[in-house]
Design a protein around this ligand. Sequence first.
Ligand code: NDP
Length: 324
Amino acid sequence: MATIIYDADVNAELIRQKRIAIIGYGSQGHAHALNLRDSGCDVLIGLPETSKSRIRASKDGWTPVLPAEAAVQADVIMLLVPDQYQGQVYQESIKEHLTAGKLLLVAHGFSLQYHQIEPPDTVDVAMVAPNGPGAQLRYMYSLGKGIPALWTICQDVTGQARTLTLSYAHALGCTRVGVIQTTLSEETETDLFAEQVVLCGGLTSLIRTAFETLVEAGYQPEVAYTCCLQEVKLIADLLYQGGIHFMHNSISDTAEYGDYMTGPRIIDEHTRENMRTALHAIQNGSFARQWITENQAGRPALEAMRRQDANHAIEEIGKRMRQM
Ligand code: NDP
């Protein structure tokens, strides 16, 4: 059974006695910074001089400093820049100022798990990874609620890493609903696997291939778009609300029978083998190496795939359908 920590288990005060640097002010950065500020914490925003996010941060009432300056001043440093740049930001702005006893935090295990960052053994290192985008983290906090998070302690030299990390999660609002203890590899590997196989890669490939199959068979693209893409939300909402059995109870008997009969023929043993291959590439680091190399080369493959993605027939249809 997973260890889940709630508000009542946490020292909420400890994080308020520290100065926290939030490096990056994007999806996660803005939500962490605002939730922490509203929880009474002392927060600094670290952004490069040229960062576009400075405008957003200023509008929210911050006066950003350079990442290195934030790292100098802070006791707790939360790194919220894109995973593929964390190694570089760490080397250029954080490493030198990560003096003994400080706490380095991440919100996803990628950079630590794949050795983009190798902190010294004189500091605490931990992860607090909210289970949702920053907008939701902020919105739920502002309603007096929260979203869950995963957390783990990677290094505890002060003996305080666990208490302080959970205090941080409390200030984010996550312990209101519970934070689940994990390991760095479990969080990183399951997160990458789920986004590649189900949430992003699996779902978009399923939708596009089904759309193409219907259009190729002579059905109207507008109808194919509606039933293969737009209705995904209706089913996803039911799954979110009550799980698979609940969803089955909410759809027609015909849809449910078709699910049992056809689903396993689409997602078959061949697909399962492909899932295992994808998981293996995540576990042995080859996916991460490929992604890091792609970034070092200026992201040519990503840009080519983005262009292809934007030019797919489903996008043109989607634009028209969403205007209805
Ligand atoms: P975003 O892309 O939304 O934001 C990144 C921020 O970092 C921007 O403010 C960006 O500024 C800034 N930045 C970029 N380069 C640098 C740099 N060299 N130095 C300092 N700041 C820089 O990222 P996310 O918030 O999505 O991701 C941050 C972390 O949170 C990642 O580890 C991610 O895996 C994790 N996470 C994300 C979730 C999500 O749903 N988005 C959910 C849970 C965890 P600029 O505007 O100038 O580019």
